[in-house]
Design a protein around this ligand. Structure first.
Ligand SMILES: [Zn+2]
Length: 356
């Protein structure tokens, strides 16, 4: 925000998507203001680009006005509405990738992504996260305070609670990963690597990472993967079955979203066990035929209710036992966001951190 002392030049910098491969950073997006008394204004300290931002990046229709984009951010509360009770100006907070009242029946059961009054960033009049500031609806319910005075590395790990690490955790929770399990993770993107870390955290003993980008699977090994399978399709299934004495794994975490990935995940899962899927599905039919019926293999999961997990995951992040922020391999300013999208889309960067 660059509102001058002379009362003009209002407006802030924020990212807009104007169409396929057309990301622009505007300097005169309206400054956010409190609209409902339960709102807060958050000045963004860190944001990032999500693998799921690449879907609109590769498919959006032309839009001269541009749409706000970005749904992962962390920042400092600048102002709160008169109805906000437990959040105050000056607090460092993480915003989960959807906003929610955190009081309705869905929120009470930990499914804030289905909140009866919630919504997504960057749509229906809310700000996107890839900008200088954001109006946050239901500040008490949405925002999670972060303690201490974190350094850059800790801020990066805190930011992953907004989406990518919480999503990896959701894959592991959805597949009911238990202590001592053998787990397969399909996909070596940032979510897949976070799923490795989450499975390890939940006590998985053996973690087979399916991916073929060595630099990424190397980080996966540091996160806890014990085996890497670079093959794809039937060959990958054969390899995983070979590694597990023919039975397959106790849990498979699908972190890609393509039909080939979900098929692989289902085929490597041991009879009676579950696939946790968190890859944004680019398919409408899950291959669950009579073969899978006879094997009692199930598929569970979907969009991750990050808000339900942040408090639980935070202590391990604060104490440095896990460092999910290591998935960020490039840091840019707001002006470089268009190139950040390009770099992630070209698989040149794993995940891009934005410092507005
Ligand atoms: Zn709710």
């Amino acid at each position: 925000m660059n509102g001058s002392a002379y009362g003009k030049a209002e407006g802030m910098k924020a990212t807009l998507i104007h169409g396929t491969h057309d990301i622009r950073v505007s300097s005169d997006v309206p400054d956010p203001v409190i609209r409902d008394d339960t709102d807060a204004i958050v000045r963004v300290l860190r944001s990032c680009i999500c693998g799921s931002d690449l879907w609109p990046y590769n498919s959006a229709d032309d839009n001269p006005q541009g749409d706000r984009i970005g749904h992962e951010f962390l920042g400092v509360i600048e102002e709160v509405g008169s109805g906000v009770r437990n959040r105050t100006a000056g607090q460092l907070v993480v915003a989960p990738f959807v906003w929610a009242d955190n009081t309705c029946d869905f929120c009470a059961q930990g499914l804030q992504t289905s909140c009866r009054h919630g919504g997504g960033w960057g749509s229906d009049g809310t700000d996107g996260g890839q900008g200088e500031a954001v109006r946050v609806p239901f500040a008490d319910g949405t925002l999670v305070p972060m303690p201490g005075e974190p350094d850059d590395a800790l801020l990066a790990s805190m930011l992953t609670l907004s989406d990518v690490f919480s999503t990896g955790h959701h894959a592991a929770v959805s597949a009911r990963v238990r202590r001592g399990d053998t787990v397969a993770v399909v996909g070596d993107g940032a979510v897949g690597l976070c799923a490795v870390l989450a499975a390890k955290r939940l006590g998985a003993e053996r973690i087979i990472l399916l991916g073929r980008h060595t630099d990424r699977t190397d980080l996966g090994r540091e996160f806890g993967a014990t085996d890497v399978v670079a093959e794809r399709g039937d060959e990958a299934v054969e390899k995983v079955r070979e590694l597990t004495g023919g039975d397959g794994v106790d849990a498979a975490l699908e972190c890609v979203g393509y039909v080939e990935a979900i098929r692989t995940a289902i085929e490597v899962t041991k009879d009676g066990r579950l696939v946790g899927r968190v890859g944004v599905s680019q398919y409408s039919d899950i291959p669950l035929g009579v073969g899978e019926f006879m094997r009692n293999v199930g598929v569970h999961g979907g969009v991750a209710p990050a808000r339900a997990y942040i408090e639980e995951l935070l202590p391990d992040v604060l104490e440095g036992r896990i460092q999910p922020g290591r998935v960020f391999d490039r840091t840019i300013g707001l002006d470089e966001v268009p190139d950040g999208y390009r770099a992630m889309n070209d698989r040149e960067a794993l995940k891009v951190l934005i410092k507005p």
